[in-house]
Design a protein around this ligand. Structure first.
Ligand SMILES: [Zn+2]
Ligand SMILES: [Zn+2]
Ligand SMILES: [Zn+2]
Ligand SMILES: [Zn+2]
Ligand SMILES: [Zn+2]
Length: 247
């Protein structure tokens, strides 16, 4: 966001010797040096960042919150508004709704877009809790999420179309959106494998993507050493403690 020196700074009707910062809700002596000091300050910059993370924009020196669909009162600073129940509840509800659904709120909140985009359905959705809730529960969306998650979870089609195979757990599942998503989200063995492996490779520059997406690949790959490693806890543990990898 481009910020001019006077972005957010407005005249104060009741006094000729001070100005007001709309974002921070504070008064500043009307002197270039003081204004500059304020607009270069940490709090002011943080508030501008908070605005773009919270769907608040500034038009003609008035703050408007897109999620709450209203203009902020004159005595309502950015932080005061964000901490208020209405706004905080909206954010919590929405973040909860889009979690794991391949929908990002960022372009909407930063003011770049008026709608949110669903990456798996390849469509825009109006950004209200009701619409998003409806969208993420729609069968087509669930099916698209399922397709997206299969290659990230080592799940493969088998000849018999009634089942799919989980490479990680080496077991067959019913080939339905519900049973596959349940396996990915709730199966303890499946989730434990990911938790353990991801913990091990965290910060190690080891990738497991091709192991997960290729049925016949049995190795993980160390991008640092340019070697293949058996994609299991023991082999990875061993590899990350070798001299080659540590150096
Ligand atoms: Zn300020
Ligand atoms: Zn709001
Ligand atoms: Zn969707
Ligand atoms: Zn599994
Ligand atoms: Zn290595």
């Amino acid at each position: 966001m481009k910020t001019s020196l006077l972005y957010g700074i407005v005249a104060d009707e009741s006094s000729k010797t001070r100005v007001r910062c709309v974002f921070c809700g504070v008064y500043i002596p009307k002197a270039n040096k003081c204004i500059e000091q304020h607009t270069n300050g940490t709090r002011h910059k943080e508030n501008i960042e908070l605005m773009s993370e919270n769907g608040i924009n500034c038009n003609n020196d008035v703050l408007y919150c897109k999620p709450c669909k209203r203009t902020l009162n004159e005595d309502e600073s950015v932080t005061k508004h964000i901490d208020g129940d209405d706004h905080a509840n909206w954010m919590t509800a929405m973040e909860d709704l889009v979690d794991g659904e391949f929908i990002s709120l960022v372009p909407y909140l930063s003011g770049e877009k008026d709608e949110v985009f669903c990456e798996v359905c390849n469509c825009s959705v109006e950004c209200t809790p009701l619409n998003i809730e409806e969208h993420v529960n729609d069968f087509n969306h669930r099916a698209n999420v399922c397709e997206k998650l299969k290659p990230l979870n080592g799940i493969f089609a088998v000849e018999n179309n009634d089942e799919v195979w989980c490479k990680i757990c080496n077991l067959y599942l019913e080939n339905t959106v519900k049973s596959i998503l349940e396996h990915i989200d709730d199966d303890e063995q499946h989730m434990d494998w990911f938790a353990e492996i991801e913990d091990l490779i965290d910060g190690q520059d080891i990738s497991i993507e091709s192991y997960l997406s290729n049925e016949h690949e049995s190795n993980a790959y160390c991008n640092k050493c340019h070697v293949e490693i058996g994609c299991n806890v023991l082999s990875i543990e061993e590899h990350i403690s070798t001299e080659m990898h540590l150096s």
